[in-house]
Design a protein around this ligand. Structure first.
Ligand SMILES: Cc1cc2nc3c(=O)[nH]c(=O)nc-3n(C[C@H](O)[C@H](O)[C@H](O)COP(=O)(O)OP(=O)(O)OC[C@H]3O[C@@H](n4cnc5c(N)ncnc54)[C@H](O)[C@@H]3O)c2cc1C
Length: 585
């Protein structure tokens, strides 16, 4: 028995477990994967594409983007399983290949997806935090209050003298900054972008030092070029979940944290399933390597050992956006009809579990210069406001550089050679139309995941994304140097230059990808039957159970969810410790 059991070690659960232990509580952190923190594919942030393909951390999910079979079949990187068990990627599969779906990577490892992501670290607009305060009436969610969690956890080495940032937290943030401008070709392109933004003779170095997380009242409306921030140190080593957990484990006398790896939690244990207020008392898990079928090393005949462990204070679920709702449903918390279909006894009928999933939409403009680009390294960000931007906030986040990234599939990304340059376009406002449903009651099966892209507000969203693409295209066309003429790879494939807006929108609609899913166990208002959590992360209808991960956000926070999830973890720590102080159950 431990005081707290935390399930999952990503940016939600990992720091929370460490924080509770640092506050003197006994904590068991259960993680389905193992520790690859010393594997260079994982530990060096710029190896993120290698990390995403590394079988030692990879969890392969295959999802749908819509309910429309024809549309799904046109996705250029659709994944199939061949007869020889290998993957085929494309729209013309060999005979007898089985359609798996659209690849959506997750990391099943100590540190969660913060161990294979690109590490881009952006605070959301104030409106995203204020939305939670407005919905729940809990004023502690106001953006003005949430800033303190960022300054507590961050070590903003890129801005050492800025007192509105923190410099002693566990989360080192670095900026790709001026390196990007060190090559003449990179510089030429950024200068063309500055020109397109009407920035006149501003020094490129100054633009690349702009802080997208500045504590500035105008921040959410300010557009233009920014340095890309990452949770990594100056040597490019990933910093965050894994490093913070390891640092906490170094002093077991002071910090009573136990990390149990290779432990797939299968359900939460309750006092009595027929009680009027069921109380979480522990979890059941399978102990063994690669027990989840998303793991490429999965072997169905290795069944693992069933174990139980108990919590005297609370159980906290932080399995990530797909696994948290799966664990909740397997435990009897979810839509009653779905649970009954799988013969799972209902503890609480909570229809919001696994519903209203959201994600940022992402597309890309890739073009090939007329010659190889020289010495271009790194990426920078450009934030824009489209014509459909709600209120006054910027709604497009572009990251540009000499790379190609077109979404995910086993073996991603493509490489169009040394002349490639891309601006990836992330659309910030998100829609909640997706779902995570149980395929079966077997905890080793992956759930059925459907994002239902563009189901709500699609035209408006596509208009905004196309504007991002058109902006980047105009930059390429206006670069006055030996780099042109450019050959566009997509959306308007060279040699065509006359694609209509509708054609381009159709291409974007079909080929949009994503990797920032959130909101499958949302915080919501009292009285909202779809709300899964209250504003203190407590699961409604049961006692001593919380969810602390990206599932909890009512919508995707800004353009990139990882930093907000680190912040959320800090807020949850405070809520839990406050209950201890006040002697609340
Ligand atoms: C390829 C990729 C790139 C990304 N790039 C960025 C980026 O640059 N910037 C950004 O802001 N965001 C990025 N993201 C998203 C971001 O990393 C996630 O939003 C964030 O990690 C979510 O944190 P989490 O704690 O909710 O869950 P996760 O990070 O998914 O962690 C969940 C953990 O729980 C464990 N777990 C799951 N089920 C069980 C179980 N049953 N028992 C025990 N353990 C379990 C998993 O193994 C995992 O370690 C990216 C995501 C992906 C997939």
């Amino acid at each position: 028995t431990y005081e707290y059991i935390v399930v999952g070690s990503g940016p939600g659960g990992g720091p929370l477990a460490a924080n509770l232990a640092r506050a003197g509580h006994t904590v068991l952190l259960l993680e389905a994967g193992d520790d690859q923190g010393s594997n260079p594919n994982i530990s060096q942030i710029l190896n993120f594409n290698r990390a995403g393909n590394d079988p030692s951390t990879r969890w392969d999910f295959f999802v749908k983007h819509s309910d429309d079979q024809d549309r799904e079949a046109k996705y250029e990187h659709l994944v199939w399983k061949k007869e020889d068990e290998g993957f085929y990627v494309g729209t013309n599969p060999p005979g007898n290949a089985q359609q798996l779906g659209i690849y959506y990577p997750r990391a099943g490892t100590l540190g969660g997806c913060a161990m294979h992501n690109a590490g881009v670290s952006a605070m959301p607009p104030a409106a995203d935090w204020d939305h939670i305060a407005d919905m729940t009436g809990d004023e502690t969610w106001r953006a003005a209050n949430m800033r303190k969690y960022l300054t507590k956890i961050e070590n903003a080495v890129y801005t050492p003298n800025d007192r509105n940032h923190g410099h002693s937290g566990y989360l080192t943030l670095t900026q790709s900054g001026v390196n990007v401008a060190n090559s003449s070709d990179g510089r030429t392109l950024i200068e063309a972008m500055a020109q397109a933004l009407g920035l006149g003779n501003v020094a490129i170095e100054d633009l690349l030092k702009r802080d997208m997380n500045a504590d500035d009242a105008q921040r959410d409306e300010s557009t233009g070029i920014f340095g890309q921030l990452r949770h990594a140190d100056a040597q490019g080593r990933r910093v965050g979940t894994n490093t913070y957990i390891r640092a906490t484990l170094k002093d077991p006398q002071a910090f009573p944290l136990t990390v149990q790896l290779n432990s797939l939690v299968t359900k939460v244990l309750f006092t009595a399933s027929n009680s009027s207020s069921p109380t979480a008392v522990g979890v059941e898990y399978l102990y063994g390597k690669s027990l989840y079928s998303a793991d490429p090393r999965y072997n169905a005949s290795a069944e693992g050992e069933v174990r139980q462990v108990f919590a005297s204070r609370e159980v906290i679920i932080a399995g990530g956006v797909f696994n948290t709702p799966q664990i909740m449903k397997l435990s009897g918390i979810g839509p009653a009809a779905e649970l009954e279909k799988h013969n799972i006894p209902v503890i609480v009928d909570l229809p919001g579990v696994g519903a209203r999933m959201a994600d940022n939409y992402e597309t890309s403009l890739i073009s090939l210069a007329s010659r190889d680009l020289i010495n271009t390294s790194g990426t920078h960000a450009v934030m824009l406001k489209s014509s459909v931007a709600a209120g006054r906030e910027r709604d497009l986040y572009l990251f540009c550089g000499a790379f190609s990234f077109e979404g995910y599939w086993p073996g991603f990304p493509t490489d169009y050679g040394k002349s490639q340059y891309e601006c990836a376009v992330v659309y910030i406002p998100s829609r909640n139309a997706g779902s995570v449903l149980l395929r079966s009651s077997n905890p080793r099966d992956t759930p059925e995941i459907n994002f239902r892209f563009y189901e709500n507000g699609g035209d408006q969203d596509l208009t905004a994304m196309l504007e991002g693409v058109k902006w980047a295209r105009a930059v390429f066309q206006n670069v006055s140097s030996s780099l042109g003429p450019w050959k566009e790879v997509h959306p308007c494939k060279h040699p065509r230059t006359d694609c209509s807006e509708e054609e381009q929108k159709d291409w974007i609609r079909l080929q949009t990808y994503s990797h920032h899913a959130t909101s499958t166990c949302q915080i919501g208002a009292d009285g909202d039957k779809m709300a899964v959590l209250d504003s203190k992360f407590r699961v409604r209808g049961v006692k001593r159970l919380r969810v602390v991960d990206a599932s909890a956000f009512p919508r995707v926070p800004g353009a990139f969810p990882v930093l907000p999830t680190f912040v959320l973890s800090e807020k949850a720590t405070e809520s839990i410790l406050e209950d201890v102080r006040k002697g609340r159950e």
